[in-house]
Each structure stands twice: as C-alpha cells, then as structure tokens.
Design a protein around this ligand. Structure first.
Ligand SMILES: *Cc1c(COP(=O)(O)O)cnc(C)c1O
Length: 374
C-alpha cells in the first residue's frame, strides 16, 4: 500500500505553469509577484498592511524589533510551539518567559499569563497551535490592561477565524508562515501584518539591509537591516495557494470530522479540541495513553510507519531543550505542556487525502495500540 505521509503540499498545474512563466521572465527575485501577493494578503486581512519575508521566523524576529523589544525586556510565550517562537525572543536579546498550556486548548493558558507579567514584560507571543485560535478578546484585554505589545504567532492559523473574521483582520502584529507544511505554502516564506504605514516602512527596511531608495536613484541606510526578502518564484506559488486556501481548509475540516467519527474511543487517547468553526485544522493530534502502553511513543511511530503511515511529533515542550535548560529551565515547571509534549502525535491530515485514508489511519492506530494496552 502507498505510504501516507503526515502532510503533503498540494500545488496545482496552473501554479506550476505560473512559476515557469516567472522563471522565463528575466525577473525572479522580489518584484511584481511579491507586490501582488502583498496586495492580496492585505485584502485577506481587511486592508491592513502586509509585508512578505523569506520565513515566519524572520517575520517574528523583525516584528519584535518593530515593537521595540530588545535587551532587558521579557516576552511571554508558551513552551508548546515550534522552537522558532522562543528563539526569536533570544535573537533580539530579550528573555523568553514561558507560561504553561491550557489542557483544553493546548494553547497559552490565559488564566496564568498575568502572574508572569513583571515590570520588564514588553510583549506577548501567543501561538495558535494546530490552527486553533487563542481567545483574542481575553488576550487583548490582558495586553491592554498591562500596556503590552502582541506579536501573534499565527504560523499555523492561516485561514482560521476569530468571531467570523480571518486571523490577521484584527489585533496587533500578526505573523503567518508559508513553510511547505503549512496550510498554504510558498515553498518557504512568511509575512507580517502590521498596524500602519510607518511600521510597514520600518519592516521593509529591516528585511532588506535597511535600505531606502531615494528619488534621484541613489540610496540611504539609516537602520541595521538583514536579508529576508521573498522571491517572485516563491510569491507565485503563494498566489496559487491563496486562491485555494478556503477550499483546502474546508477539506481539512471535513477530514478532521471524519477522524472524530471513526477514531477508536476505547484506546484512551485524548482527541484534540473539537472546534469545527474557527480552527483551520492545521494538524490532527491525539495524545497517546502512554501510562497504559507497554511501548513508548517512538515505538508507536515506528509501528505506524511499518504499516505505511507517517506520524509526526509537534512538539516536545521546548523549555526542556538543552538551550533552555542551560538558561535554568527544568522538568516539572510546566506540567501541562510537558504532558502534552510527551504524548502528542500528529496523524496524516492534508487536503488531498481521501476519506478512506482517514479510515485506514484509524484502523491502523487501533491495530497498533490495542495489543500494547494494559
Ligand atoms: C512553522 C512555524 C514557525 C516558523 O515558520 P517558518 O516559516 O518555518 O520560519 C513559527 N511558529 C510556529 C508555531 C510554526 O508552526
């Protein structure tokens, strides 16, 4: 039987042809296709300024710079995310302050955020894990009360919504990823949604060596920028994907519902939060009943793979990585994130999957788990 990966991008033939056109055009780096994608993303975000970059990691790091976060500042985030979320805080010289996850949403526990705020706290980085939005009302109420900036790590929540509006329509700075595994891709890439033209102008400088082009054909440099612009090749892929995003996400939602219908409830796995309104179902992640299992998660994944099914882990709680242990973090600090991080597995979910693929995954999970349960 065919190997079923946990995710696979879907690039249609029109997009492939459009990339060919760009390659033949004589202009392959940042140009008209990037401008077009920025305009379309801005429309998607209710007219707010949107600027493209080469990755969401770059978008997050530069968002912190736009928000004025630097050495001596603290930034609150959740340890249950891709490590980029905390790495960018360190990159700008600030200190990541972790707050445990909420077991119901697996996102930042908003009941615990205020206790972590100190006079040095400058910003919050909430993460919409698996595409399930963090409660924006509560989040911004906390940020407003304490005068904090918010950098939304919406890498996984492109096309997810809050109260009927796409993520990115409201809020402070919002970062999306177009990495190959995300709900829409440009191969690699990302973007930042900003508040106004001044922020957008600063962000443009930060992404390309701080350069301002002058009307007389020369240039000036007044801030230290880096190199994070997107290519027109990538933007062309992104344009093709944005057209299909709503369809992709509708199909993901259907497949997630099928998982809920067919998943063997006697296995004792905890299923993900059943949100079929706002989530874009970036991933489908049950938590394994490890305490009842006679094999570990690695062995479960290996046995699934032997049956032709790819399973991922997104993510171990990041405060237990060596880099963060060296900064004083330790086991037991964030018990919810640690528990989820140890038990989580990502099962196949991508728009081109057939209904019968979901049935096959559910049957295989039962066949692999039942014999090892006590
Ligand atoms: C993918 C991802 C990122 C980083 O995106 P890149 O485009 O790969 O830099 C950051 N945060 C989260 C939660 C992600 O899933």
């Amino acid at each position: 039987m065919d190997f079923l990966p946990f995710t696979r991008p879907h690039i249609d033939e029109d997009t492939i042809a459009a990339v060919g056109d760009v390659l033949r055009s004589g202009w392959i780096t940042t140009g008209p296709r990037c401008q077009q994608l920025e305009a379309e993303l801005s429309a998607f975000c209710g007219g707010r300024p949107v600027r493209l970059v080469s990755s969401a990691t770059a978008a997050l790091e530069m968002a912190l710079l736009v928000a004025g976060v630097g050495p001596g500042d603290e930034v609150i985030t959740c340890p249950l995310s891709w490590v980029a979320t905390a790495n960018v805080i360190l990159k700008v010289g600030a200190t990541p302050v972790f707050v445990d996850a909420d077991p119901a949403t697996r996102n930042l526990d908003l009941d615990k955020v205020e206790a972590a705020i100190t006079p040095r706290t400058r910003a919050l980085i909430p993460v919409d894990l698996a595409g399930l939005p963090v409660d924006r009302e509560r989040l911004y109420a906390i940020a407003g009360k304490h005068g904090l900036r918010v950098v939304e790590d919406a890498a996984q929540s492109m096309g997810a919504s809050w109260k009927g509006k796409n993520i990115g329509n409201g809020g402070d700075l919002v970062s999306f990823s177009f990495h190959a595994n995300k709900n829409m891709t440009s191969g690699e890439g990302g973007c930042l949604v900003l508040n106004n033209a001044d922020e957008a102008r600063l962000f443009e400088k930060l992404r390309l060596q701080g350069v301002t082009r002058l009307p007389d054909g020369t240039m000036d440099v007044d801030v230290l920028g880096g190199k994070a612009n997107m290519t027109d090749i990538a933007a062309t892929i992104g344009l093709g994907q944005l057209k299909q995003l709503a369809g992709f996400n509708a199909r993901r939602r259907q497949l997630a519902q099928l998982y809920f219908q067919h998943f063997d409830r006697e296995l004792g796995c905890d299923l993900p939060p059943a949100d079929f309104e706002q989530s874009n179902w970036h991933m489908f992640q049950p938590l394994l009943p490890l305490e009842r299992m006679s094999v570990d998660r690695g062995e479960f994944i290996a046995r699934m793979k032997a049956q032709g099914i790819g399973v991922g882990v997104h993510y171990p709680a990041m405060h237990l990585f060596t880099l963060f242990r060296q900064r004083g973090h330790r086991e037991g600090e964030f018990p919810v994130a640690e528990d989820i991080g140890q038990r989580t597995v990502t099962l196949p979910l991508f728009p081109a999957m057939r209904d019968e693929d979901v049935l096959r995954v559910c049957k295989t999970v039962s066949a692999v788990l039942r014999p090892v349960l006590s």
